[in-house]
Design a protein around this ligand. Structure first.
Ligand SMILES: CCCCCCCCCCCCCC(=O)SCCNC(=O)CCNC(=O)[C@H](O)C(C)(C)COP(=O)(O)OP(=O)(O)OC[C@H]1O[C@@H](n2cnc3c(N)ncnc32)[C@H](O)[C@@H]1OP(=O)(O)O
Ligand SMILES: Cc1cc2nc3c(=O)[nH]c(=O)nc-3n(C[C@H](O)[C@H](O)[C@H](O)COP(=O)(O)OP(=O)(O)OC[C@H]3O[C@@H](n4cnc5c(N)ncnc54)[C@H](O)[C@@H]3O)c2cc1C
Length: 648
């Protein structure tokens, strides 16, 4: 789309859809005040606006063309956006919050997103002080452009079976990096294919023939002069994906690549000059970067879901379709209860996920500070919480975004709705940084340990006190006798704790019985995996309604109480429906960030759909070249055959 049209496209229109305007006039709260809470404070709102002005004054961030771009163009645009952010970050000395916020405003359409998402954090967490002094300036000044290369073609989940090797050569005081098999090539790391010149490579450390397990190594990939791959390095892009195609996820094969001994990350372990292996701190400390990204993913879950909810809610009040009574005006589709049931859970979950991410981030910050000071006592609890919440929130986001897309009817299937791309971009969150089934089991493993402690009356971790309170014989009955009780958060918390207690201890009992019957531990675990994963999953009324089975099959709710919860859920939806537009307006998403013809602030959906249709590459010419090449011949033949038939 030409620059002028593009600017016109994004300019907020003074003409606001009347239905949307009316919804805003009837807000029952101060939207701006809620925006400050969502941003974290009025200052953070102000900061966000400053960054919006900075980014959206740059043509590359305003582009509407991305809907019909070739992959190379998408990648190059993503590189350009990365470099803009890097230059501003260096020039204005952004902190991590500013960089994360700017990436979000750019829709994470950043080819080299791993630089700040993993490469720099890994150096900060896994390098010795000497190595940090050497490598951090080179990473922060973007001489080193990096990735985090752990996953291989043959293994992503099971880190113990990763095959890349780093063999110590005492003669030359070096490590020799190798990809010994086709399945050992690194596969998937972001920005590995074409952008990065350096990688953090996770490899099995071999010293004097002994394997000392998985350790991180800094491996130069490409010349700092002309970006050509260094000797022994074969690297490239793994091909187009469902979305996130600005990122050059790549492959890496190493054949006898030599790196200095000092290139092994040495905060948690080292190999001395004379070939002695020394381990320091907990061996899982090298997994620290993955925990950080799992926490980030809970933030991305909120961002994606609030985008989807904003588009679906605004479109659902603009779209009028069918009438309840013949002859009456067509209804705003959000007035259909079924539409509320599709769209409002995404709105509710957005707010719940925002608060959950904040709480998890506080836990992360405090435990990370402890770990940096050598105290790893809470690492296991952080691992459990980050694993369970990353898995649960990414799973729910994928489900609810698809419902938001469905709620937008045919137009939700257009790229210009933005919501299809949102579904496709969020889809990998259930896989990256630990596939969900695997992470749920990590949480379940920790839960089973807490149950074992609770059973013998030992103290349990802070988040699991319900295992003690709910097990006591004098625990109070669940007080749900009317609709008002269903709005009492303490009561709902008690319902969840009661159900969780039953499901978690039930899973533990099944596991224990299997083991006592003589089944081996790992077989028993696999045979009870679904129960264990369920034990690791669970939000308020909608969560109860959606998971009815677990609340009714355990001594938690009676059928009458469950019916009250269902009625309260529908009543709550009708209430939320009244404020649905102000609640999504409070996310205060700039139209460029939302990138959706259906979700734009002014609600002029039809004009924008039509304007974006003009950008379709098929509309470059009135008659497409395919007519002259193929269709014309078909029509002429048809005419000829009809003439011949008419003579018969
Ligand atoms: C829409 C917005 C889009 C935004 C952009 C999108 C970009 C997308 C890209 C984003 C970038 C994507 C980038 C990427 O994708 S990077 C690649 C991510 N890969 C993974 O996450 C691999 C997943 N696998 C594992 O983590 C391990 O293999 C597991 C955990 C499965 C097993 O582990 P392991 O094989 O060792 O065996 P074990 O289970 O006996 O565990 C042994 C003990 O260790 C403890 N333990 C385990 N792990 C941790 C831990 N982390 N911190 C602390 N402790 C931990 C554990 O509790 C146990 O403790 P205990 O019970 O013995 O006491
Ligand atoms: C968009 C994207 C970006 C990525 N970026 C990076 C990156 O920057 N760096 C990097 O190192 N990696 C990256 N990855 C790789 C990602 O971390 C892996 O895909 C992920 O860890 C899962 O591993 P896998 O794909 O090998 O699946 P596998 O581990 O082979 O699992 C396949 C399926 O088997 C089942 N399964 C496997 N193990 C178990 C189990 N123990 N219990 C029950 N079920 C199980 C699950 O259903 C799982 O989905 C990225 C992936 C994607 C999609």
């Amino acid at each position: 789309m030409a620059a002028a049209n593009r600017d016109a496209f994004w300019a907020p229109s003074s003409k606001v859809n009347p239905d949307l305007a009316r919804e805003r006039e009837s807000a029952t709260f101060d939207v701006r005040e809620l925006t400050h809470i969502i941003d974290g404070s009025p200052d953070r709102t102000k900061r966000r606006k400053e960054l919006e002005n900075l980014l959206y004054s740059e043509p590359v961030f305003r582009d509407v063309g991305r809907l019909s771009m070739e992959r190379d163009e998408i990648y190059e645009q993503g590189v350009l956006k990365s470099i803009k952010l890097f230059e501003w970050s260096r020039k204005y000395k952004w902190d991590d919050d500013d960089f994360e916020l700017a990436s979000r405003l750019a829709n994470h359409d950043i080819s080299m997103s791993l630089q700040h998402a993993m490469f720099i954090p890994a150096i900060e967490r896994l390098a010795s002080d000497t190595q940090k002094a050497k490598w951090l300036p080179r990473a922060l000044h973007y001489e080193m452009i990096g990735t985090y290369a752990q996953t291989e073609l043959g293994h992503g989940t099971n880190l113990m079976e990763l095959e890349t090797t780093a063999t110590f050569d005492p003669e030359r005081n070096e490590f020799i990096m190798n990809s010994p098999t086709v399945t050992s090539m690194k596969w998937w790391p972001g920005a590995l294919g074409k952008s990065s010149n350096t990688a953090i490579v996770l490899a099995q450390l071999i010293v004097k023939g002994k394997n000392h397990g998985l350790h991180p190594f800094l491996v130069p990939l490409r010349s700092m002069e002309d970006h050509t791959p260094l000797p022994g390095i074969s690297v490239g892009d793994i091909g187009p994906k469902m979305a996130l195609n600005c990122i050059d996820n790549g492959f890496l094969i190493m054949k006898n690549v030599r790196i200095p001994r000092e290139n092994m990350f040495m905060k948690n372990a080292e190999v001395t000059r004379d070939g002695r292996f020394i381990s320091r701190g907990v061996d899982k400390a090298n997994y620290a970067t993955m925990v950080l990204v799992r926490v980030k993913i809970t933030r991305w879950a909120f961002e994606s879901l609030s985008d989807g909810a904003t588009t679906a809610v605004r479109y659902s009040v603009v779209r009028r379709q069918s009438s309840l009574k013949p002859g009456e005006r067509e209804l705003q589709v959000l007035d259909y209860q079924s539409q509320q049931y599709k769209v409002l859970p995404a709105l509710a979950a957005s707010y719940a996920f925002l608060m959950t991410n904040r709480s998890l981030h506080r836990l992360y910050d405090s435990v990370h500070a402890d770990i940096m000071a050598g105290n790893t006592k809470l690492l296991a609890e952080l691992h459990c919480q980050s694993s369970a919440l990353k898995a649960y929130m990414s799973e729910v986001v994928v489900q609810l975004l698809e419902l938001c897309r469905q709620a937008c009817g045919g137009h939700g299937y257009l790229a210009s709705s933005g919501i299809g791309l949102l579904c496709a971009s969020s889809a990998p969150l259930v896989t990256v940084e630990g596939e969900n089934s695997v992470l749920y089991q990590q949480a379940a493993r920790y839960l089973m340990k807490q149950v074992a402690k609770a059973v013998v009356g030992d103290p349990v971790a802070s988040g699991f006190q319900y295992l003690l309170t709910q097990s006591s014989s004098d625990r109070p009955d669940i007080r749900i006798q009317n609709l008002a009780d269903c709005g009492n958060l303490d009561t709902l918390l008690q319902v969840y704790q009661r159900m969780a207690f039953s499901v978690v201890t039930g899973a533990a009992r099944k596991l224990q019985m299997a083991i006592e019957s003589g089944v081996e531990q790992h077989v028993a675990w696999n045979n009870n995996m679904v129960s264990l994963i369920q034990a690791a999953r669970f939000y308020a009324l909608h969560g109860i309604a959606k998971e009815a089975g677990y609340f009714l099959a355990t001594p938690t709710l009676t059928p009458d109480q469950f019916e009250l919860v269902r009625a309260a859920e529908l009543q709550a939806m009708a209430k939320v429906r009244h404020d649905a537009v102000p609640l999504v307006d409070a996310f205060d998403l700039h139209d460029i960030c939302l990138h959706s013809a259906l979700g734009c602030y002014d609600g002029n959906v039809y004009e924008r759909l039509y304007a974006l249709a003009q950008t379709s590459s098929l509309n470059k010419t009135q008659v497409h070249p395919a007519y002259y090449k193929h269709i014309r011949g078909l029509v002429k033949d048809g005419q000829k055959q009809l003439r011949q038939q008419s003579k018969l």
